[in-house]
Design a protein around this ligand. Structure first.
Ligand code: NAD
Length: 428
């Protein structure tokens, strides 16, 4: 078991790329630490009258290119190291897709599933009260992340507007459509990645009908991804969620699975209730149950980790059969696995590029919040496509020119743009 942490894993790739970039003296160290780490204890009064306190963080990694930007997660394991790593990845990501933001991330060490809705609302408002001076449309614009959603963004905006006595729809993104949200934000991450897959498949003159796809994670990102690919003719052969997965060698219907997932809470819901499955029906439909570990190792063309970090490691990398890995999740591949994939010739489309559609449409939401405009679905999709394909081409060019993997090339593109901004500002 490696004793790496999310931030040391980020630094491994960072240092590898910085070495290749041969920067001037002093520039290497600019990326080692975040600009600001804000920490507070926030407290709420629970429904039973007792007070409860939680650690809360906002890490602002770099704002050379624009206001800090990044989600807020509510999770009992959210800690400073993880939030720091995610803030740094956000800075690279916003730079790779060339939108005018820096990178940040926030977290509260809480399991919202143990709280009532009014307690979650209190946590959300307390977070803004704790960090309001460091937030704002021109300073730092949060968004949803793990276990946070549009309702929470609405409470946070409301709290911020109360504290600052302003009208500030652009202080946060991922809001409900009725309260300043953008059309297309819910499907943006998957759609952005879909544009990249389509471009890659086109360039390689491959036929979607011959491409077998496996998706780990059937939440917002993974379920939309599976459905978009299925609709475009790709053969999605396996999907999973935290309760395990199903595998149909001839291809499954993610739209049908989504319906059952909504009804039963599980992608296996059509065949299984808890751990009891209708074996005869599964046999008839040629459906097999797979664990999340088995799913990753299935024979396929494209593997899409869309759930957790740290799932492709030195322990399983050599058994991964996919030719292409597209990282919808943040940080699914460890640096050790990256090295193995490079040797195996497996192409990894890294998170900082592949899942950047979400923050790109967040940028569109921020722009609409500032201008008062409301864009149509076509406007959002067309602009998203342009941004994602420009970023993909920039990464591909960099990889070819500098003999880098796509992850290294994405870091390289992102860091170079950040350095340019720092130079123009006179920071270096
Ligand atoms: P989500 O909470 O909507 O879905 C997560 C899915 O993963 C669920 O289906 C859950 O059951 C599944 N899951 C949980 N534990 C699992 C396990 N051990 N094995 C397999 N599946 C498991 O989250 P999401 O918004 O879809 O985000 C998924 C990943 O994508 C995260 O890493 C997130 O940071 C990243 N991401 C999401 C967005 C976005 O816009 N939603 C943007 C960028 C990156």
């Amino acid at each position: 078991m490696s004793n790496s942490t999310p931030y040391t894993r980020f630094q491994t790739t960072l240092h590898k790329v910085l070495k290749k970039l041969k920067l001037e003296d002093g520039q290497n160290t600019l990326f080692d630490l975040p600009q600001f780490v804000h920490k507070e204890n926030i407290s709420i009064k629970k429904d039973d009258g007792k007070e409860e306190r939680y650690h809360a963080f906002r890490v602002q990694y770099n704002n050379a290119r624009g206001p800090f930007k990044g989600g807020i997660r509510f999770h009992e394991d959210a800690d400073e190291d993880e939030v720091k790593a995610l803030a740094a990845l956000m800075a690279i990501k916003t730079s790779v897709v060339n939108i005018p933001f820096g990178g940040a991330k926030g977290g509260v060490q809480v399991n919202p599933k143990n709280l009532s809705s009014s307690e979650v609302q209190q946590v959300s408002r307390a977070y803004v009260q704790a960090f309001s001076e460091n937030l704002g449309p021109d300073i730092d614009c949060p968004a949803p992340d793990l276990n946070t959603n549009a309702d929470i963004m609405a409470w946070m905006r409301d709290e911020y507007e109360k504290i600052t006595k302003t009208y500030s729809p652009a202080m946060i993104t991922g809001k409900p459509l009725s309260f300043g949200g953008s059309i297309g934000r819910d499907t943006a991450t998957a759609r952005g990645a879909f544009f990249i897959i389509q471009e890659m498949v086109d360039r390689l003159a491959l036929d979607p009908g011959d491409m077998k796809v496996v998706v780990q994670g059937f939440g917002n990102a993974g379920s939309h991804m599976a459905q978009l690919l299925h609709q475009a003719g790709y053969i999605v052969i396996a999907v999973s969620d935290s309760r395990g997965g199903i595998y149909i060698p001839e291809g499954l219907d993610p739209i049908r699975i989504d319906k059952y997932k909504h009804k039963t809470g599980s992608v296996k819901g059509e065949y299984c209730t808890e751990s009891v499955c209708d074996v005869d029906r599964m046999k008839l439909d040629n459906v097999q149950e797979v664990t999340n570990e088995e799913l990753l190792e299935l024979e396929c063309d494209i593997l899409i980790p869309a759930a957790l970090d740290n799932v492709l490691t030195k322990d399983n990398a050599s058994r991964i059969k996919a030719k292409y890995i597209l990282e919808l999740a943040n940080g699914p591949t460890t640096p050790e696995a990256d090295v193995i994939f490079e040797k195996m010739g497996t192409r990894v489309i890294p998170d900082v590029l592949a899942n950047a559609g979400g923050v790109t449409v967040s940028y569109f939401e921020w722009s609409q919040g500032r201008s008062g405009e409301q864009w149509t679905k076509n406007q959002v999709d067309e602009r998203l496509k342009r941004v994602m394909l420009d970023a993909y081409k920039a990464v591909r060019r960099e990889a070819r020119r500098e003999h880098m993997t796509y992850r290294e090339a994405a870091f390289s593109v992102g860091i170079k743009r950040m350095i340019d901004a720092m130079k123009v500002r006179g920071w270096i």
